[in-house]
Design a protein around this ligand. Sequence first.
Ligand code: XIL
Length: 325
Amino acid sequence: TTVQLKRAYRNYFPIGTAVDSKMVTDPRTASFIAKQYSSVTPVNDMKPVNIHPSENVYKWAPADKIVNFAVQNGLKVRGHCLVWFYRMPHWFFWDNGQLASKELLYSRLDSHINTVMSRYKGKVYAYDVLNETVAKTTETTQYSRIDTLYKIAGEDYIEHVFRTARKADPSAKLFYNDTFYDEAKRDKIYAFLKEMKAKGVPIDGVGIQCHIGIDGMSEELLSNSIDMFAKLGLEVQITELDVSIFNREAKAKTVANDSDDYTIDKEGKQSDIFNMVFKVCRQRKGVVTGITTWAPADINNYLTKRLGKRNYPNLFDNNLKPKPM
Ligand code: XIL
């Protein structure tokens, strides 16, 4: 194949993909990734529960393999993620059978952030410091989900972790990463970021995940959102792009009649969505500083595993060949 994504986009921004340690140590997959992409994100291996499973016990090997692969091949690395309620190991929150105090929680968060960021200083250029913190629009808090972080520390933990991360590695870009598919949630994320910027919380950029369904995301929503975030002085990255062959809302498992055949019709719609996202981002080069897809190719994609129905949500097929789009 002659297509080389990273070459085609060299005057725009890095094109990344999410990887695990197996992909970067399998010679065929590794050389494919190094050829097509200019950035990688560890899909799971840097999440708190994976890299820091018990207090003072770090499992470095898988993340190290990814970072070493990237360094050897001149790829950038996005660190994903330092703090995410959904992937924090239990021990962070407990102290002899009782909920930990705020002081104890903060000392654990600080040592986690400091240890991970120190190890990868100069190698990981950007971090999703906080992932998916902003609650649904119906929640009663101002911004945060009502999770254990919130129960212990209130919304104060949000600025705390960003300030800690800035001190831990002042050269790293700090991102807030989240997902939205409608204006209501986008507006809440916008208000949150606006307030954080006004308070001087060190946030450099916002990651928009973009796990899009075949029913799409409107060009207007994506482009307006990027422009709004840019006005706050933030850079923007698409951090987890994939386009399912099912509607996003319809949990594919439960929709009996939606077959998992990868029809020409579905491939065409999917192609339009990918092209829209890449176009909107090219038009905003300088503000948009990266697009990362959530798997190098269809093989082993996260949606097939999650929904138990075959899916084909990526730019390259099961044989690592580029799709017509
Ligand atoms: C997913 C991974 O792809 C899966 O392998 C894992 O089982 C669950 O997490 N939002 C995120 C990502 O920020 O970290 C998630 O990744 C997908 C949704």
